[in-house]
Design a binder for this molecule. Structure first.
Ligand SMILES: [Zn+2]
Ligand SMILES: [Zn+2]
Length: 325
């Protein structure tokens, strides 16, 4: 893809000095000039990135699920998703991307322009500016998600919206966005909100938001992977949630509402059952004489948590029935 600064379609960049651009900025300009319409160019690059990153990041987890060697690190080792389950999930997620996300992506550019976000513009912000802004987006999203996710566990919102995401009590990478369209919209506001808010205080470039969404997709898919490896990020950064944290939420239908970090669940006490579970597993490990004995005890504890979780889920729905009767 190339561009010509004297091209009549190139009204976005009058007088641009091409020699001053980095490789990435050059490609960015070429993309916008090639489309000739910034709304479509922003929408298309967002949609393509989302599809490539979402399915591209999920494929390694599909391969991991197919290799028995990795079961030793599976958080719920007896719950391996079948190829049929994974295919059903792909179809559902793809359908939602095309029917719900694709049209809403087209609203992004006008909204970004409205709050003053730079989109097709070059040069890009410095790496240090992008880094602190992405850190802010992450912090904002994590807090927003904790609060919105708690609300999604109230009877009405759970039954009509969030229950779909809890279809898998043992999640897998592809299931990260397996959710009701309203949930995708509500939680998507957390991903988007930080960048919109920040625009009122400082200059924000779409490229920072773009990189943040890639980071967010990796975080969401990996936290649904169902695997906790010794080299997983949470073992290096203890405040990182990771799969070990979110897998419990799916198994127990409660606790661990945040996405990236553990601190809000700790501060607001929404991780008590999770810690009790970890303590039981730790005690079982200390007591067991062999690995097989420990695996059996761990499985029993997980089965109890899952059974309690199903009761919790039923209780939420029962509260709704009581209210409406
Ligand atoms: Zn939930
Ligand atoms: Zn989830």
């Amino acid at each position: 893809m190339s561009f010509n600064t004297t091209d009549t379609s190139n009204t976005l960049y009058p007088g641009l000095d091409v020699s001053s651009l980095s490789w990435a900025e050059h490609k960015w300009v070429a993309w916008y000039v090639w489309w000739g319409n910034p709304v479509i160019a922003t929408g298309m690059i967002s949609f393509l990135m989302h599809e490539i990153v979402y399915f591209g990041r999920s494929i390694p987890w599909v391969i991991v699920d197919a290799i028995p060697y990795f079961r030793r690190w599976k958080l719920q080792p007896n719950k391996i998703p079948s190829p049929e389950e994974q295919w059903d999930c792909v179809k559902q997620v793809l359908w939602a991307h095309i029917t719900v996300e694709l049209p809403t992506i087209w609203l992004f550019h006008p909204m970004a322009e409205f709050v003053g976000m730079k989109t097709y513009h070059v040069p890009f912000p410095s790496l240090s500016t992008m880094a602190w802004q992405i850190a802010f987006f992450m912090f904002f999203e994590d807090l927003f998600h904790w609060a919105a996710h708690r609300l999604l566990h109230t009877p009405l919102l759970y039954k009509y919206i969030h229950k779909i995401h809890h279809h898998y009590a043992a999640p897998f990478g592809l299931a990260a966005e397996y959710a009701h369209p309203a949930e995708v919209f509500i939680l998507g506001m957390g991903t988007l909100g930080g960048s919109l808010v920040l625009c009122f205080f400082t200059e924000v470039h779409f490229v920072s938001f773009f990189i943040w969404v890639i980071v967010k997709l990796f975080q969401a898919i990996d936290s649904h992977s169902g695997y906790d490896f010794p080299w997983s990020l949470q073992h290096i950064l203890p405040f990182w949630s990771g799969a070990e944290h979110h897998d419990f939420h799916h198994m127990a239908f409660t606790d661990n509402y945040a996405t990236s970090f553990r601190w809000w669940d700790t501060i607001f006490g929404t991780d008590k059952k999770y810690h009790a579970y970890r303590a039981r597993v730790k005690a079982a490990k200390a007591k067991a004489a062999t690995l097989a004995e420990f695996s059996k005890a761990e499985q029993e504890i997980a089965n109890q948590v899952l059974a309690e979780g199903l009761k919790t889920e039923a209780a939420i729905e029962a509260r709704l029935k009581k209210k409406s009767s």
